[in-house]
Design a protein around this ligand. Structure first.
Ligand code: SF4
Length: 424
């Protein structure tokens, strides 16, 4: 039997159901595959819910292959039509897990099969996943688990292929994950190291590469990866990036642009209220980037010496989970993937320091690393990371902006990435 692994935090996961601050299906389209549609019709057949299922699960007009044949309609408030007044799924409550579409049965778990192994990770769209992943020191230790943790392991995404891009992806990812764990260097330096690794891989290791047909490419890959395991090389990269000092206004301008682009586009009151509060804390949506930067820098200078280690843990855990959850091989190049990760980290850092709770912490004369201060910071971080994951990080606006900023992940991308590292 193949092995199954997951980060430790997932073994601690329990859905909060009606006690959850969010609802997983709020604002999202729930697709239903042909097979699950048939099962659902069978389990409700002849009962009081047959007509509701007929009316509320409707064919997907865009479905050609039939893989996602239908979707569940939404109520006016954006929630799933089957969500009851206690915020519980009526189908699950009455008929059990078997009645659920795959997306609902799996969420917040994500299952991926690589090289014969099954990996289960968690989605930051779920606040309980974010809490468990960000806050526990040992959250990301990989542990063996039972396949049942994946809920429906049979629908795991299969990553594979004979081409060099896929064949070597495990080694590349392993080196990237080790760089992220190099806590002797600041988080921004580690992102820069990832960027430099990606830059050096760029000419020969990318999606669709044919270079590995030629002799020497594999040896070059091995050599490049080994360089980034070398402590001296990494220390030199840290020293180099530490010399760089750019004005912070453009950084603040980019972060604000990402958030502003989503206010009004997202139909979630929870998100809108949070986003407006963050923008207000920086002087409102029209504030000049240099003024926004000044506020941000003052808060960072206040928080960093007292609770900086805690903040570092959030960002390290978020980045590691991102590498586990989102295969870099979906991107056209490693640099494209790393650039977007840096943009996500920048926006997250900026919204965290604009959260009203964090602003209030920074304004306290007696700010100290007490249990209370840490708990307040933790709660703000969970809210920021979850709302960003659900409404910012995968948005087309963020992807378009990243594309424009990076210049298409060409050779200039790394210098451009330095702008994103300014505020970290
Ligand atoms: S978001 Fe997570 S904790 Fe909340 S209801 Fe959904 S699965 Fe449960």
């Amino acid at each position: 039997m193949s092995s199954v692994s997951a980060p430790r935090y997932l073994t601690r996961f329990q859905c909060l159901a009606d006690a959850c601050e969010d609802t997983c299906c709020a604002g999202l389209v729930v697709p239903v595959s042909d097979a699950r549609w048939r099962i659902l019709r069978d389990v409700v057949a002849g009962g009081p819910d047959a007509a509701r299922v007929e009316a509320l699960v409707v064919p997907d007009p865009g479905s050609g292959s039939g893989a996602e044949a239908a979707y569940i309609t939404k109520r006016e408030d954006g929630n799933c039509s089957f969500l009851d007044e206690r915020k519980l799924c009526a189908l699950h409550r009455k008929y059990g897990e078997v009645a659920l579409p795959d997306a609902c049965a799996m969420f917040p778990r994500v299952a991926t099969r690589r090289a014969g192994r099954l990996e289960v990770t968690g989605s930051f769209g779920c606040p309980e996943v974010v809490r468990l992943c960000l806050l526990a020191e040992d959250a990301l230790e990989q542990v063996p688990v039972d396949a049942s943790l994946a809920a429906r392991p049979e629908i795991a995404r299969v990553l594979g292929g004979e081409d060099a891009w896929m064949v070597h992806s495990e080694r590349v990812r392993a080196v990237a994950l080790r760089i992220l764990e190099r806590r002797e260097h600041p988080f921004a330096s580690r992102l820069f190291m990832l960027g430099e690794l990606a830059r050096r891989l760029g000419p020969f290791y990318f999606r669709g590469t044919e270079v590995f047909r030629e002799e020497g490419a594999e040896a070059l890959l091995t050599q490049t990866l080994a360089t980034f395991e070398d402590a001296e090389t990494l220390a030199a990269l840290h020293a180099a990036v530490s010399q760089v000092s750019l004005p912070g206004g453009p950084w603040a301008g980019i972060c604000g642009m990402v958030l502003r682009s989503r206010v009004g586009a997202v139909g979630s009151e929870r998100f809108s209220g949070w986003a407006r509060a963050v923008l207000a804390s920086y002087g409102g949506p029209q504030a000049a980037p240099d003024d926004v930067w000044a506020r941000y820098a003052a808060r960072r200078a206040r928080l960093e010496p007292v609770l900086g280690e805690r903040v570092e843990q959030y960002f390290r855990h978020h980045a590691v989970n991102h590498w586990l959850r989102h295969p870099f091989t979906d991107a056209p190049s490693v640099l494209d993937y790393v650039f977007k990760l840096a943009l996500r980290a920048a926006v997250l850092r900026w919204v965290l320091l604009g959260h009203p709770t964090v602003v209030a912490l920074c304004e306290r004369d007696d700010l100290a690393a007490t249990e209370d201060a840490r708990a307040q910071l933790d709660a703000a971080a969970v809210e920021c990371f979850q709302l960003s994951a659900k409404h910012l990080e995968q948005s087309s606006e963020l992807h378009t902006l990243a594309q424009g900023l990076s210049g298409g992940a060409g050779p200039d991308s790394l210098p451009r990435m330095l702008v994103l590292l300014q505020g970290l």
